[in-house]
Design a protein around this ligand. Structure first.
Ligand code: SF4
Ligand code: SF4
Length: 402
């Protein structure tokens, strides 16, 4: 694709990067075929190719409009288009640059500003989020059955964190929403790793993905610096990996090196953290799993939902399914497994209608073979799926303890 970005813009790192990405696109439109929002809305501007054109036009003319903002907002950042693109166009990075450009020049209505600010001030802060959840629970008696399902229930973990010390140690990211709603996920992970002779050290903090996706770069960088300061002593003590149980956190943590590349105090530490960060599925694949015992006895059928961050962001499509099958679990075949469930970080709150349509489609596919439960790999998808089904929805790591 030919581009006409101004010389001034091309002198900036973002301008150069955007220009390279735009030039890689050959305008074939293959990506539209797997784009969930294009499938729902049928508008070229709500597909990846159209969004690429909108960003190109905006960068060339240096004018952003509310209309451009609307179509970029509707993007789930699911990255299905990247998986499909034969030319390797880095759509997600272009979208980040495009969204930042829109945010710097197009205002938002007050209601949107309040909603985004509320999200940024609560979700990444476990204490505030816990309080908010507590207040929401008080309103439960007044809600309909469908509304009740949208309020996540935080369950007590029951069991203690393993106390055995091992020579091998890893940091285990606690995360923000997950640490409040489902601490049982990391507890299960610590128990699985304990059986494998690996000690889990809780790594407190939010990864920064939420603020990053809302183009709040200062908040994102401050969060990452704080994380580095908290986690660094354990790295120096020999923690061999930073293990992530929410696939939604992984692409952001693995991008820490690039995000802080211009910070002389943090660049090398950020690089190191990014290099040792691993999704739990990838970490377990490299271990001898014999100590987990035989899991072939359970005949129940499991439908696995692969989060977009796992299959498109981390390029690990089929990896958890293969691991579960290797351990003896029976998995349902899921149609349209490449499509997003509509959770997509804050999307289920900011784009409710589209999110709900995607959820209904996804649940139809997951429930088709009448599984006894749905498993997934990301807290956001877990909560979103659970809001629409009576089947139990679990993190797949929990199945390894049954
Ligand atoms: S990231 Fe997902 S929603 Fe956005 S353009 Fe690509 S396929 Fe469509
Ligand atoms: S598939 Fe790739 S090259 Fe083709 S239009 Fe989409 S982004 Fe551009």
């Amino acid at each position: 694709m030919r581009t006409f970005l101004s010389d001034k813009l091309k002198e900036t790192p973002e301008g150069r990067e955007a220009d390279d990405i735009l030039r890689a696109c050959v305008h074939c439109g293959f990506c539209n075929a797997t784009c969930p929002t294009y499938q729902l809305l049928g508008d070229e501007r709500d597909g990846p190719r159209g969004r690429i054109y909108l960003i190109k036009e905006m960068l060339e003319t240096n004018t952003a409009t509310r209309e451009t903002q609307l179509h970029l907002d509707r993007c789930l950042t699911c990255r299905a288009c990247e998986t499909t693109c034969p030319s390797g166009v880095q759509y997600n990075r272009l979208l980040e640059i495009g969204r930042a450009a829109v945010e710097s020049s197009v205002g938002r209505p007050l209601s949107e500003r309040i909603q985004r600010e509320a999200l940024l001030r609560t979700v990444p802060e476990p204490n505030r989020f816990r309080l908010l959840l507590g207040l929401a629970k008080l309103t439960r008696p007044l809600l309909t059955a469908a509304q009740k399902k949208t309020i996540p229930i935080s369950e007590p973990t029951g069991k203690p964190w393993p106390s055995t010390t091992h020579r091998r140690k890893v940091l285990l990211l606690e995360g923000c929403a997950q640490s409040v709603i489902a601490p049982r996920i990391n507890l299960a992970t610590a128990q699985v790793l304990d059986r494998l002779g690996i000690q889990s050290l809780p790594a407190e903090g939010c990864c920064g993905a939420l603020s990053h996706h809302l183009s709040e770069e200062e908040q994102t960088l401050a969060t990452i610096r704080k994380n580095i300061d908290h986690w660094w002593p354990a790295i120096e003590d020999g923690a061999e990996a930073l293990v992530l149980t929410a696939s939604g956190c992984a692409p952001t943590v693995m991008d820490y090196g690039r995000l802080l590349q211009h910070d002389p105090h943090y660049a090398s530490k950020a690089d190191k953290l990014a290099s040792i960060a691993q999704d739990i599925s990838s970490f377990l694949e490299q271990q001898d799993l014999e100590a987990l015992g035989d899991m072939t006895g359970d005949e129940s059928l499991i439908a696995f939902h692969s989060p977009c961050t796992l299959q498109h962001g981390l390029k690990r499509a089929g990896s958890v399914e293969a691991l579960l099958a290797r351990l003896g679990f029976r998995l349902a075949t899921v149609q349209d497994a490449h499509l997003c469930c509509g959770s997509a970080g804050s999307y289920s709150i900011l784009q409710k209608d589209l999110s709900q349509q995607l959820l209904n489609r996804k649940l139809d596919c997951l429930e088709r073979d009448r599984p006894s439960l749905i498993a997934t790999a990301n807290i956001g998808c877990m909560m979103h799926l659970q809001s629409g089904t009576d089947l139990p929805v679990k993190h797949w790591i929990e199945l390894l303890l049954n």
